[in-house]
Ligand binder design. Structure first.
Ligand SMILES: Cc1ncc(C[n+]2csc(CCOP(=O)(O)OP(=O)(O)O)c2C)c(N)n1
Ligand SMILES: [Mg+2]
Length: 670
């Protein structure tokens, strides 16, 4: 069975003349042990809720999972494998969720799949706590993840595995491909720590020194881990690492054990030698019927799922409300309560207008959304009191007895921004939860690639980024975001919100929650922002991403502003009015959403015949795409000082904005 995986992998890589044969060849027996062993899956229905989750964190070995999916009976044909790495094929270079049935997460950026798996295991326990009842265990699965040396070298593996150990996520099992090879060669020169002791220090269970080419040995280890997952090991509930000694490219006489096996086609000659060594006489992409029959997991999968369906039907009878709620949650549908939450949030903003920071406004909105939407689960990277991510009644999520989690809905992620973001992706991928996570905007760089992955995977993950500009003041340039709003807006599919007051913040939250095809980032101020008044129609218009906040009958120019600069624009408007100049104020809390509006709306908000002046406390480059005549912003790092002084220093004042408008108008009239 293992050789079928090997051969499919090196033949597909050879056909594409690109890809990674070494890892699939080295992990073939481990894959057999798990996929023909304790892994719970149904090729006929890849999405059934209580399947085990399987993550290939060392995603360069994508041919391993494609071969597995094909052989076990998923809807992935041999022709799909022939198309490996070709345009629009279902077998892209690295596994991509949504492209291929059975792929649970997009992997390739090393280490993140492992962190995703931690998020999946966390989601499983959270949902088990919510939905399981005595005698009704409907959430009861494991998360298995393959990892390589690269995953373990990446810092994110430390962040995620440390937290997984602390939370005692026993249903997480990692299988480590310990082949001592990465691209540059033998890892002894750059990766020499004791991995077993490292994971023991995290509080994991470790099964060490397994011969990764001995299917029986690996099978025993996986079954042991599955037992510990549910019953604990001497009363201790912890994730398990199974460290398997392997040989990269195993089976290839001349490439095995060398870095050359990692990412190069074997070549016709070596393939011939490998076929001989494996005693595999069949042509490329030809799998003997007996081997296929051994691999076919459809019957077993159907039976496993049927057993769960029976249990679920019973649950539906005795717990009909919970069962319906479980269905709703796993399908990612929102309940009507979101409208009540929104109405309450807007009511508060409109009827009790106050100068508050948008981070505070965010918490007020969360206080409405959180209690009504049980799928919302939040957290912060050790900045809970600053990010204001804790809503009333949320409680802190903690490990509980017997491998359970308590019912807390706020996660203290610790100072682990990247891990937090990748874990949140895993929670969203698992289904049943909408994760939101917080840190300072400037540290979005730490989580950056996980944000990108969320956008690539179209995941509903909400990033709460507070302290969004020089407006945070005395903490100085290390903490003051300057380029971050603009640079996050460059990520395709990420909606970046920079709301200007409580009303816009509530709308931002609603959009982020309702959006089911991508992540959102909410950029929020530390400092208080004046509340603006709006008509009901204007409140509706916030949902367009940009709208006319104040108009003038004979407007001569448009001022475009976001976030904390909306209030400055409004002040400048008054200054200009006194000097006989009328301007329109356009608030642009979410530029990408505005960009998606129809052309008529866009032209109405930003008519071509009026000059545009933009103001935002960040780099100015972004704004030129809107055909502006001038931008006031911050094109260098900030300063450590009280916020007001820094705003003055950079000319982010109503006076300077008014003067700039006048200068633009004079220039236009010259
Ligand atoms: C974050 C990240 N950095 C770099 C790479 C490029 N890369 C792909 S595989 C690899 C080496 C991985 O070594 P290992 O996990 O031991 O894989 P093996 O060669 O054993 O298959 C590197 C550096 C990547 N995919 N992701
Ligand atoms: Mg390796």
């Amino acid at each position: 069975m293992a050789d079928a995986l090997r051969v499919l992998a090196f033949d597909a890589v050879q056909t594409a003349n690109s890809g990674h044969p070494g890892m699939p060849m080295g992990m073939a027996e481990i894959a057999v042990a798990l996929w023909a062993g304790p892994l719970k899956y149904n090729p006929v229905d890849p999405g059934w809720p209580d399947r085990d989750r399987f993550v290939l964190s060392n995603g360069h070995g994508s041919m391993l999972i494609y071969a597995l999916l094909h052989l076990t009976g998923y809807d992935l044909s041999i022709d799909d494998l022939r198309q490996f790495r070709q345009l629009h094929s279902r077998t892209p270079g690295h596994p991509e969720v949504g492209m291929t049935p059975g792929i649970e997460t997009t992997t390739g950026p090393l280490g993140q799949g492992l962190a995703n798996a931690v998020g999946m295991a966390l989601a499983e326990r959270r949902l088990a706590g919510e939905f399981n009842r005595p005698d009704h265990t409907i959430v009861d699965h494991l998360t298995w993840v393959f990892i390589g040396d690269g995953c373990l070298m990446e810092g994110v593996s430390h962040e995620a595995c440390s937290l997984a150990g602390t939370l005692g996520l026993s249903r997480l099992v990692a299988l480590y491909d310990d082949n001592q090879i990465s691209i540059d060669g033998n890892t002894e020169h750059w990766f020499a720590e004791n991995t077993v002791q490292r994971f023991e220090a995290y509080g994991w269970h470790v099964i060490a020194d397994i011969d990764g080419h001995d299917v029986w040995a690996v099978r025993q280890a996986t079954e042991q881990a599955a037992l510990w997952a549910r019953e604990g090991r001497d009363g201790v509930f912890a994730p398990t690492l199974i460290a398997c000694k392997t040989v990269i490219g195993k089976g290839s006489p001349n490439r095995a054990g060398t870095a050359k096996a990692h990412g190069e086609a074997l070549g016709a000659e070596e393939i011939e030698l490998t076929r001989q060594a494996l005693n595999w006489p069949h042509a490329p992409f030809e799998i003997p019927a007996s081997v296929k029959a051994d691999w076919d997991a459809r019957e077993r999968g159907q039976a496993g799922q049927a057993e769960w369906v029976k249990r679920f039907k019973h649950y539906q009878k005795t717990e009909p409300v919970l069962a319906a709620e479980f269905d709703r949650r796993m399908q990612g549908r929102l309940s009507g309560l979101i409208d009540d939450a929104m109405d309450a949030a807007i009511d508060h903003a409109v009827n009790q207008p106050a100068k508050i920071a948008s981070r505070k406004a965010s918490q007020l909105a969360l206080n409405q959304f959180g209690p009504r939407l049980p799928e919302l689960i939040g957290g912060s990277a050790d900045l809970t009191g600053s990010n204001l991510t804790l809503f009333e009644g949320a409680g802190a999520l903690r490990r509980a007895d017997g491998g359970q989690l308590n019912d807390g809905r706020h996660i203290n992620f610790g100072v682990r921004e990247f891990g937090m973001a990748a874990i949140a992706n895993g929670m969203a991928l698992h289904g049943g939860l909408i994760p939101y996570i917080g840190t300072f905007l400037t540290f979005s760089d730490y989580s950056r690639n996980a944000i990108r992955m969320a956008a690539l995977m179209k995941l509903r993950v909400i990033h709460v980024f507070t302290h969004d500009s020089i407006g945070l003041g005395e903490d100085g340039p290390t903490h003051q975001a300057v380029e971050h709003a603009a640079s996050l807006r460059l990520v395709p599919g990420l909606d970046v919100w920079r709301p200007g007051d409580e009303t816009e913040t509530a709308v931002a939250w609603q959009n982020a929650i309702e959006r089911d095809d991508g992540p959102s980032a909410l950029l929020l101020s530390r400092q208080g922002l004046a509340a603006q008044t709006r008509s009901p129609a204007q409140i509706e218009a916030v949902h367009h991403g940009a709208y006319i906040l104040r108009d003038a009958a004979e407007a001569e120019a448009v001022i475009m502003a976001t976030g904390s600069e909306v209030q400055l624009a409004m002040q400048a408007r008054e200054v200009l009015a006194e000097e006989g100049v009328s301007v329109r104020i356009v608030s642009m809390p979410c530029t990408s959403l505005f960009d998606r509006q129809d052309v008529t709306y866009k032209n109405r908000v930003l008519p071509h015949n009026l000059p545009r002046i933009a103001i935002e406390a960040g780099v100015t480059d972004f704004w030129w795409k809107y055909g502006v005549s001038a931008v006031i912003g911050v094109d260098r790092f900030g300063e450590s000082a009280p916020a007001g002084q820094i705003f003055d220093l950079f000319g982010l004042t109503a006076r300077n904005l008014a003067d700039t408008v006048i200068a633009v108008l004079q220039g236009a009239n010259d």
